[in-house]
Design a protein around this ligand. Structure first.
Ligand SMILES: Cc1ncc(COP(=O)(O)O)c(C=O)c1O
Length: 426
């Protein structure tokens, strides 16, 4: 890898006028991130002329890799016809129809612009529908940067601010945080406070502490317990939606929530998100109901066009695509695990569908407490080592690597060589 001189200069400039030099804290790593010039397929190209096989993939937003031609072509055509109208368009209806056809819990859909917006609206909807104030979330799950859910959140919040400043105690007290994969804690909380709990919100597979899958039967238990107490179950499928399967984690694990939030993969690289759910609940959104939800750019034609392209490709070729992603990820994870075992390195590889994480800890990672036992400085060295060998993993131990249809057999070999070298150099 060549030097990062231009990136260093840009970072110095950025740091003077952008807090921390980045527009999202997860992008920061020491001594400074590289600045990207362009991206194509599986590769990121930085401003210093280096190339990296990318497994960050904009934190899971891309399932076809970068600059996927069919999405670009569809969007280019739409750009000529206008970028935002402030009126309804036919394509919004088409997109909502595809979502309701593909996602088990979706009878109605409301579009928004980011994952955070989608979870914020989903939570308000649950509170408005049940008339209850409290929310159960799980330690290490991240649902976006808004007040109700920035309590013991994962992703960058796991390392910097476990509970952000600026969140009033009155808000935080309505968020109950439980350990993931712990049924006893769930039951106890519902026994004590069930009639005050509007909803349980969960990442069905945690992607924001690295990958942590649900233990056998855990999601079913969330469904059963929330039903029993008249609370709603929200699956935050901002990462898992359209990534695990066409019907997201709810299809993959066969558990249907009341409401789901979607984002990332849905937009094919453009900002769009959605709240989807059962009609009786969704009709509580304004203007039919009393739960206010709105957005100037919601349902904008550019993002909607991209989303339709993503979803139709996944719908029409899903079994081949998901099979291929699974195969690639299994092969990569198994080879990494074998190497780790052969060298007696204290590390674990967790993986589900096209998501995987290498944790530097000797213990199986089943919740955020175990994830936090990982050696973060080792991960940082591994991350730097991979970069030296032309591979880009997300910079934090508490993020997920994502495989896309753009990753090739050559990428696989290159990645394994790079990972083995980086681990030997630890
Ligand atoms: C599971 C989950 N929910 C919500 C969000 C927030 O999405 P956005 O960053 O688009 O606001 C994220 C972002 O990483 C996420 O991973």
């Amino acid at each position: 890898m060549a030097k990062l001189l231009r990136s260093r200069d840009l970072f110095e400039r950025a740091s003077k006028i952008i807090p921390g030099g980045v527009n999202s804290p997860v992008r920061m790593f020491k001594p400074h991130p590289f600045f990207t010039e362009k991206a194509q397929g599986s590769q990121l190209h930085d401003v210093d002329g280096n190339r990296y096989i990318d497994y960050c993939m904009a934190y899971g937003a891309l399932i076809f890799g970068h600059s996927y031609r069919p999405i670009l072509d569809a969007v280019k055509k739409q750009l000529e016809d206008g970028t935002v109208y402030g009126t309804p368009i036919e394509a919004e209806v088409e997109l909502a129809e595809i979502i309701t056809d593909s996602l088990p819990c979706a009878e109605m859909v409301r579009l928004a612009n980011s994952g955070a917006e989608a979870t914020m609206h989903a939570i308000r909807l649950a509170r408005g529908y049940t008339g209850r104030p409290k929310l159960v979330k799980f330690d290490g799950c991240y649902h976006g940067a808004h007040d109700s859910v920035l309590v013991k959140a994962g992703s960058a919040a796991a390392i910097s601010v476990p509970t952000s400043l600026g969140i009033p105690q009155e808000t935080a007290k309505n968020t109950i945080v439980l350990p993931f994969n712990n049924v006893d804690a769930l039951h106890q909380t519902f026994e004590d406070q069930g009639d005050e709990i509007a909803a349980v919100i969960v990442e069905p597979v945690i992607g924001n502490m690295g990958v942590i899958p649900p233990s056998e039967g855990y999601l079913t238990e969330l469904r059963r317990t929330s039903n029993k107490h008249g609370s709603l179950l929200i699956f935050d499928e901002v990462i898992t939606g359209y990534r695990l399967a066409l019907g997201g984690a709810q299809e993959y694990y066969g558990v249907k929530p009341d409401i789901a939030s979607l984002g990332k993969v849905l937009g094919g690289g453009f900002p769009i998100s959605a709240v989807a759910g059962n009609k009786k609940i969704m009709e509580n959104f304004s203007p039919t109901g009393g739960v206010y939800e709105a957005g100037t750019f919601s349902g904008n034609p550019v993002s909607v066009t991209a989303a339709i392209k993503v979803l139709t490709e996944l719908r029409d070729h899903g079994s081949r695509i998901y099979g291929k992603l699974q195969e690639y990820t299994d092969e990569l994870a198994e080879n990494l695990s074998d190497f780790i075992a052969s060298r007696k390195i204290e590390a674990q590889v967790n993986h589900v569908a096209s998501m995987f994480t290498v944790f530097f800890t000797s213990e199986p990672v089943v919740n955020s407490e175990k994830a936090l036992s990982s050696d973060r400085s080792k991960y940082s060295k591994f991350h730097q080592g991979l970069m030296m060998h032309g591979v880009y993993f997300p910079p934090s131990q508490f993020e997920t690597c994502f495989v896309t249809t753009a990753h090739t057999e050559d990428d696989m070999h290159h990645t394994l060589d790079a990972a083995f070298s980086a681990m030997k150099e630890l």
